[in-house]
Design a protein around this ligand. Structure first.
Ligand code: PCA
Length: 322
């Protein structure tokens, strides 16, 4: 063997033993491309790609296109996909802890919501950890308001409306308001309104704009009932299989995504509430009577949540009210 051949053969061996195999992960999310959570996720995966020199590429499948929204958590848990994003309160039937950010009128600003998140984070990490998932970050939606296809002056005006719900709490809120709740994913909103399955909903200005609410609805009551959160998780085994530098790149990008996401959420509230008005929706905070009635419903739901959450709930509320 010529020396030059020997050298290049040796080089190939060196390269193939030191080069790390590039990984491609799949990420399942529930919300559309233009939603601020999804845009934030796109930045998150780009940051990881850049920090790892392309060694970890994550393909984002948004809008429930790969996995149905209600299945995303279980698909990460079972490692069908490596990572995903879902609304934690949609799973409130599993654990009252998941409902803490969806109790109406408990935390109604981004500031309070962030405080509540910091208090509940260790509990969340533990519960998700028991299901083979690592919490990477979490970001709140803007405050939730009520959309209707007619003017609502008192709570009685909601009677009999078919109200879209996306979690056990929104279902309960609709029910206690006298409306008829129907579970519908964000991705299916336009169809549900066009076919007349629903004529009201509780959600953020962001989702109102993402679903072109002005095509079906006329009023938005910005009552700021609560700020439900999305969580971004990774399968623990998938995470553990990475080298330390890649793990650190993910954690760093996640910390940045969390900070950026809360900021985007604050901005989106203002921007999209304006967009609703610009597109002809009557935006208001609602009448005194309506808000008083909703507050009363909130108080009842807080009571119900405390009963379910037991000692853990007491601890969380004590820390939150300090
Ligand atoms: N948008 C999501 C969850 C909360 C929100 O503001 C939705 O309507 O499904």
């Amino acid at each position: 063997m010529k020396l030059s051949h020997f050298m290049s053969a040796a080089a190939v061996v060196v390269c193939s033993t030191t080069a790390v195999q590039a990984e491609t992960w799949r990420m399942a999310t529930a919300y559309p491309e233009t939603n601020f959570h999804t845009l934030n996720i796109q930045q998150f995966v780009q940051d990881i790609n850049a920090a790892t020199d392309g060694q970890l590429a994550i393909t984002v499948h948004s809008n429930g296109s790969l996995i149905r929204p209600s299945e995303i958590k279980n698909s990460v848990r079972s490692r069908q996909v490596e990572t995903g994003e879902f609304l934690i309160s949609a799973l409130a039937n599993e654990n009252p802890l998941f409902a803490v950010d969806a109790v109406p009128f408990m935390a109604v600003s981004h500031e309070d919501s962030e405080k509540l998140y910091q208090i509940t984070k260790p509990y969340l990490e533990e519960v998700l950890g028991r299901q083979n998932m690592k919490l990477l970050y979490s970001v709140a939606w803007p405050p939730q308001g009520m959309y209707t296809d007619r003017a609502i002056n008192t709570i009685e005006d909601l009677k009999g409306l078919r109200m879209r719900a996306y979690s056990p709490q929104t279902e309960r809120l609709a029910q206690l308001s006298g409306a008829i709740p129907t579970q519908i994913e964000a991705a299916d909103l336009a169809q549900a309104f066009t076919t007349g399955r629903v004529n009201a909903m509780i959600t953020s200005a962001s989702t109102g704009v993402n679903s072109t609410a002005w095509d079906y609805l006329s009023h938005y009551y910005d009552v700021a009932a609560f700020l439900p959160k999305n969580v971004v998780v990774v399968n623990q085994r998938s995470f553990d299989a990475l080298d330390e530098a890649t793990q650190n790149a993910i954690l760093e990008a996640a910390a940045q995504a969390e900070q950026r996401g809360w900021e985007l959420s604050r901005e989106d509230r203002i921007k999209q509430t304006q967009a609703l008005a610009d597109n002809g929706i009557a935006v208001s905070t609602g009448s005194e009577e309506l808000r008083a009635a909703l507050l009363e419903i909130g108080a009842q739901m807080a009571q119900e949540w405390s009963q379910e959450a037991g000692q853990q709930g007491v601890e969380i509320l004590e820390a939150f009210n300090q």
